[in-house]
Every structure is written in C-alpha cells, then in structure tokens.
Design a protein around this ligand. Structure first.
Ligand SMILES: Cc1cc2nc3c(=O)[nH]c(=O)nc-3n(C[C@H](O)[C@H](O)[C@H](O)COP(=O)(O)O)c2cc1C
Length: 317
C-alpha cells in the first residue's frame, strides 16, 4: 500500500478540516503553509492560532533565511511536531518575488544550507522534507533538489508535476515523479491531479511513487482517502459516497467549526467547504446561495437540516 498524505493548502487545511481528514486516517496531514517571517514577529497568542495543531500534524513552513528557518523549526518542534516541510514549490508572485517557495529551486545550495541548519537545530528525531515543483523559469529543477533532499537525510520529497509557470493550469506530469524515484533512495511522494482512487492507483503504479499527496481532490471530498484504500484492497471502491453522506459531512463540519472556534468568526472560512461538499446535489444551488448570504451559524445548520430531510424524502420515493 502506498502512503497517503494530505497536502498543505492555504485557506483550506485549517484546524477543523484537518480534524475531518484525520477521521479517514491518512498517513500524514499537513497544515497550511506558515511564514517564518510572520512567525518571528507573532505574539505567543497569534502563534497559537496560526499554528493550532492536532497531535501528529505535519507543519509546512516557507522562507529563505537558514538561521531564521532553523529557529522557527525549533519552536515548532517544541510544540510536539515531528514532521516539518520546507515549501519549495509555491508559485505565487508575492511569495516567489520575496525569494521563497518555488524561487528556492533556482538556488539548490540555499535549499541545502536551510536543510542542514534545520537538521542541526532539530537533531535526528524530527522528520524533514521538501515539497517542490518540476521546473522553474523553464528549467528542470527536480533532480538537483532531490539529490539535496537525499543528502540532507529528508524523510521524503514531494513533487508536484507542474512547472512554476504552469501555476495550477494544464495537466501535472508524473514523469518527474518516475525519474526522481529512479535517481534517489529516499521516498518520493507524487502530487498533482489526483481526483479518483483509480487515477491515484494508475499514477502511482506508472511512476513507482512511494506515496501520493492529495490536494484539490479532497476539496469537499475527504472520502478520497477511504476510496484509495478500498481500491487497493478490492480493485474498486466498495463504499460509494451518497448525497446524504455529503450533507451529513457539511453539517458535521459546521458544528465542528463552531466548537473549534467558539465566538471567533468562522463562517467566511466555512462557506467554501460547504459549497464543495454540496456540489452536484439536487436543490443545492439555492442552499449554497443562502449559505453565502448569511453569517448566522444557526441559520446555516437549519438550512442544511432542511436539505438533509428533502434528500432523505427524495431517496425514499
Ligand atoms: C487553495 C490551495 C492552496 C494551496 N496552498 C499550498 C500551500 O500552502 N503549500 C503548498 O506547498 N502547496 C499549496 N498548494 C498546492 C497543493 O498542495 C498541490 O501541490 C497542488 O494543488 C497540486 O495538486 P492537485 O493538482 O492535486 O491539486 C495549494 C493548492 C490550492 C488549490
């Protein structure tokens, strides 16, 4: 069985959604990326909000200053985290122009310096990893980064088979995953365009990847983790996800978000998750519209309860 990791996704894999993903027992769950610059200037209280973690969560950081990164990594380790990933793949202009994310791919020596300094600060009992893209400014970058990750004794490397210039468009190529797997001895995790269990199986088989990292495929569909396990065990998905499951999860997520956040406003962050869960469900366009117009927790749960009853009645006819 391959490893199943859930991706760092800014604005998506927040504390509540990570809790839901954990319910499906993936091998590793990543936080959203965290800026080491922001960490350095944050108060202890802000830090506890930004870095609110479930036991076992892996934290992804971004930055480019080895000493600062090492200091922050040490603080993160002190919170009980055992897996820290360095973002070497974010393609956003703001990030790249500051020398972070995918811009690091242009400076493999800097990646090496960062990883070595992190290792120095953390000792051997913390897993380090990097997440990269296949190319930057039209040049293939994954082999150099892969060799450095191997040298620095990373626990794994994740490669998203899109170039920085592709951003999130076009198809991800899994050829770099296959090539990297042949060239280095540490586990290689493939990422990009993983939407179905069958697709995951094919891409993992063809590339030889040790694991997969799920990203847009789990927006509103945490069941993809279970689907993959069933596909590997039985050659097909044996537990189909129903509309009732999706509405039930939307309700669960809403209630959990309230528990997790108390009085803090959370509806804005919640809305997108609800729209993803409800995608394709009969009568859901009207419901999504209403959810997007209210900030009231009780109203949202009320709307979802009605949709649940209507869907139950429809299924019974
Ligand atoms: C909304 C969103 C936020 C993301 N945030 C991050 C992030 O914080 N760190 C990171 O390394 N990648 C981030 N990514 C990239 C994903 O982790 C993943 O590499 C990418 O979506 C490709 O996988 P996919 O084609 O299966 O979606 C983000 C992607 C999306 C869609």
């Amino acid at each position: 069985m391959i490893k199943i990791y859930t991706a760092p996704m800014a604005g998506v894999t927040d504390y509540t959604y990570r809790g839901i993903l954990r319910g499906f027992s993936p091998d590793l769950v990543y936080t959203e990326m965290v800026s080491v610059n922001a960490m350095e200037h944050a108060s202890a209280k802000t830090l506890r909000t930004v870095l609110r973690i479930h036991p076992g969560d892996a934290v992804q950081i971004f930055g480019h200053d080895p000493a600062l990164i090492a200091r922050c990594a040490k603080e993160i380790r002190a919170m009980g985290v055992r897996d820290i990933d360095l973002n070497c793949g974010c393609p956003m202009k703001k990030i790249v122009n500051a020398g972070n994310g995918a811009a690091l791919l242009e400076k493999p020596e800097l990646i090496r310096a960062i990883l070595l300094e992190m290792r120095d600060a953390l000792g051997a009992d913390c897993n380090l990893s990097i997440k990269i893209r296949s190319a930057y400014k039209g040049e293939k970058k994954y082999l150099a980064a892969g060799k450095i990750a191997e040298e620095a004794k990373c626990s794994h490397i994740t490669i998203h088979g899109r170039t920085r210039e592709q951003m999130y468009t076009g198809l991800a190529s899994w050829e770099p995953v296959r090539e990297l797997k042949q060239e280095i001895s540490i586990p290689v995790i493939g990422n990009g365009d993983l939407y179905t269990a069958e697709g995951v199986f094919q891409k993992a088989e063809e590339s030889g990847a040790d694991g997969v990292m799920l990203a847009r495929g789990i927006l509103g569909y945490p069941w993809l983790i279970r689907d993959i396990r069933e596909y590997y065990a039985h050659g097909r998905v044996t537990t189909p996800v129903t509309d009732a499951d999706r509405i039930g999860m939307a309700l669960f997520h809403t209630r959990q978000a309230q528990k997790d956040n108390g009085d803090r406003t959370f509806v804005f962050e919640l809305r997108k998750h609800l729209c993803w869960y409800l995608k394709g469900i009969k009568n859901s366009a009207f419901v999504k519209n209403r959810i997007n117009q209210t900030e009231d927790y009780e109203e949202i749960t009320g709307i979802l309860e009605i949709l649940k009853q209507e869907t139950k009645a429809d299924a019974g006819t």
